[in-house]
Design a protein around this ligand. Structure first.
Ligand SMILES: O=C(O)CCC(=O)C(=O)O
Length: 245
């Protein structure tokens, strides 16, 4: 499938690209089974190797809700297969070349009614180190439908060309953010998605999302990729191109 030259131009101009129907409804159905009741199951017994950040609530007896589950490929065999699928890698290789490594895979199951905002940020504010460049690309896969009411992802088009901005830093999940945390921005575009759609976005684009005001979880999984060898300590598994080592 890959991308057309118009799509490549859109991506380079805006910093993101929506691919409708990238993943089949059968695969989405499998993922839904694999992550069923994920908040309660992980609270009871987390899968070995995952890293969970929980939502923080004032009410002491609030049921546990996952904000972010790192290493979602360990929870869902289907996500583990999709992150290395041609459907995803063909798009990525047009954007970043053939030498692609997995950076990480994370589930963002913004809980119905309880899922909080993700403040405006550039991912490279988290990922920058002394020997890497902002060449990483995310692929956010919609497992459920997403719209403004349930807190779909929003981008500031073209902001990947503004360079790395000053971020505030707090000791919390998504604790690196632009001044103002999350509030509506007029220059942002909401990317509404159906299950199976995926949006690819640049490591420097400003993005964020509102709280989930709907009844159901907004289920998204972000696969993050790096160019192999770019800040070698953090690239984990090479997916395409020349084998190393
Ligand atoms: O899921 C969202 O709304 C934002 C996700 C995000 O910030 C990310 O994957 O880097």
């Amino acid at each position: 499938m890959g991308i057309t030259s118009e799509e490549k131009h859109f991506y380079e101009t805006n910093g993101y690209l929506l691919k409708k129907g990238l993943v089949s409804s059968e695969d989405i159905a499998h993922i839904l089974v694999e992550i069923e009741d994920i908040h309660n199951r992980m609270a009871e017994k987390p899968t070995d190797g995952v890293g969970i950040s929980w939502e923080v609530y004032d009410a002491p007896n609030h049921p546990p809700r996952i904000k972010q589950l790192m290493h979602s490929e360990l929870v869902s065999p289907t996500l583990n297969r999709l992150l290395r699928s041609d459907a995803v890698l063909d798009v990525l290789s047009t954007m970043m070349g053939p030498e692609i490594s997995l950076y990480h895979s994370k589930l963002l199951p913004k809980a119905g009614g309880d899922g909080t905002a993700i403040p405006w940020h550039q991912d490279y504010a988290y990922w920058k180190n002394d020997n890497n460049k902002p060449v990483m690309i995310n692929c956010q896969l919609a497992i459920s439908a997403a719209d403004l009411k349930n807190g779909c992802i929003q981008f500031v088009p073209g902001s990947h060309k503004w360079g790395l901005q000053e971020h505030e830093r707090k000791q919390q999940t998504f604790g690196v953010f632009l001044p103002g945390h999350y509030q509506e921005r007029e220059d942002a575009v909401a990317v509404e998605m159906e299950p199976g759609d995926a949006v690819f976005f640049n490591a420097l684009i400003i993005h964020g999302s509102a709280p989930n005001h709907s009844e159901n979880d907004r289920l998204m999984n972000t696969f993050a990729y790096n160019v192999t060898g770019n800040g070698t300590t953090q690239s984990r598994e090479m997916l395409r191109g020349k084998q190393v080592g």
